[in-house]
Design a protein around this ligand. Structure first.
Ligand code: AMP
Length: 217
């Protein structure tokens, strides 16, 4: 199965993406994670991306499209994928469409996660992540069993600069500016499937299961 997942930063997209990948047996390709990995490894791509990410801006399409294409090439042909964080602009959506057409494959759905801005600012200011393995924690709802250290790999967990309130607002502004056009684009292709994440986690998980079942059948 081949999916995109769209949603504001902090709406639980990472968690829901992990459930989808587990249930559907597909890899999770997150552009934000790939950029962060490159930044922590000090690669050329990481150096370019860091300048934009630190200011809460999008990395230019040219850099991002080339990176996604490289990552999708093998997964697209095999088990499928869940692409998270891409596309964020119409130009990226068009580049993706061209690439998928070249590979002779189609998207099954564009999964849209919904949550209001107020709740997002609250949730993100409490989020902590592991810079090494990418595990995500929440100070009150999901603290690490090892306190300030990642319970999976032992690395010290951090409050990402782009999870701090001023940057969150900037990211939400960018998201709202650009997601409207993207949602319309995929709405016209009848690919949008919505999951509202303002309830309990088990409700969202059930919604994911129903959605995958409806796509399979
Ligand atoms: P995320 O973890 O998905 O919120 O991504 C973190 C940051 O990486 C974003 O704020 C952007 O600066 C950059 N980024 C991730 N995906 C993209 C994309 N598709 N296009 C441009 N920049 C991106």
């Amino acid at each position: 199965m081949r999916f995109l997942i769209i949603g504001p930063p902090g709406a639980g997209k990472g968690t829901i993406a992990a459930w989808i990948c587990e249930e559907a047996g597909i890899p999770h390709i997150s552009t934000g994670d790939i950029f962060r990995r490159n930044i922590s490894q000090g690669t050329k791509l990481g150096k370019i991306a860091a300048a934009y990410i630190d200011e809460g801006k999008l990395v230019p399409d040219e850099t991002t499209n080339a990176m996604v294409r490289e990552h999708l090439r093998s997964d697209a042909q095999q088990s499928g994928f869940l692409l998270d964080g891409f596309p964020r602009t119409l130009a990226q959506a068009e580049a993706l469409e061209m690439f998928l057409a070249e590979e002779g494959i189609r998207l099954d759905a564009v999964i849209l996660i919904e949550l209001n801005d107020e709740e997002i600012v609250h949730r993100l200011s409490q989020r902590r992540v592991c810079p090494s393995c990418g595990a995500s924690y929440h100070l009150t709802q999901k603290p690490s069993r090892d306190g300030e250290y990642c319970e999976h790999c032992g690395e010290r967990i951090i409050h990402r600069d782009d999870d701090k309130p001023a940057t969150i607002r900037k990211r939400l502004e960018i998201y709202h500016e650009q997601s409207g056009k993207l949602i319309d684009y995929y709405e016209r292709k009848d690919l949008i499937r919505r999951i509202n994440n303002d309830g309990r986690p088990d409700e969202a998980r059930q919604a994911v299961q129903r959605l995958l079942k409806s796509i399979k059948s």
